[in-house]
Write a protein that binds this ligand. Sequence first.
Ligand SMILES: [Fe+2]
Ligand SMILES: [Fe+2]
Length: 237
Amino acid sequence: MLKANAKPNLEKALYVLQETAYAEHGSALEMLTACKTVKKDTHVYGYFMHAKDEYSHTKTFLSLLGSRAQLLSNRGARKWRYNSYGLIRKGYISQEGFLIEMMKLKDFIAFVYTNELLAKESFKNILKLVGPESRDGLLIKNIMNDELRHHGMAKEFFLKNYPKLQPWQLRLYKLRETIKNKGRKLYIKNLNFLEKVLQPINFTLAFIVGSLLLHLNPNEFKREGKNLMEISTNSIL
Ligand SMILES: [Fe+2]
Ligand SMILES: [Fe+2]
């Protein structure tokens, strides 16, 4: 049984770990799609290895989520169940398509470049949450190294192919992505708020429908042996 003051910390950790698992899974799918889209062998290999890393990060975050959810009751843990539909619902994958399909290649690489750096920064907070010296902390540190490597690869590609791009333009990309990330968090908060508001209404409606069904006699719905021409026009048959 958890101590009363441990519950809010656990809830926060579960929230952060679940959201990060979604973000990692989203990145894995983006990279896999990029891998299928590009033509050059070295690029295909690069995106494939990147996708593989992101899948492995997703697995790590789901295992950290699972080990903490075990501390809750079955009912409490249900809220933290991972569902890949959440990728679109929470905005980690766009309904319109994958980024490589919607963006110019230059913007896509800039997106990877800035997001890998932002990911590494946000992992610093996760490291604090799980404890930097713990076994889980070591897993997070390994992921941070991977993200830095991804960032380095995107940076190298970027500077080689777009050497005229100035550092301030990259900073602008970073600012744009930071604002987008904040916008998505706000969207998720609003969605959660709406869910809380609508849940009692949904339960009430389900209760009313359930009560009505209790008073219906299923035999009334049988048509065998009945002259349908004699049934009242108001009948629900
Ligand atoms: Fe990752
Ligand atoms: Fe990454």
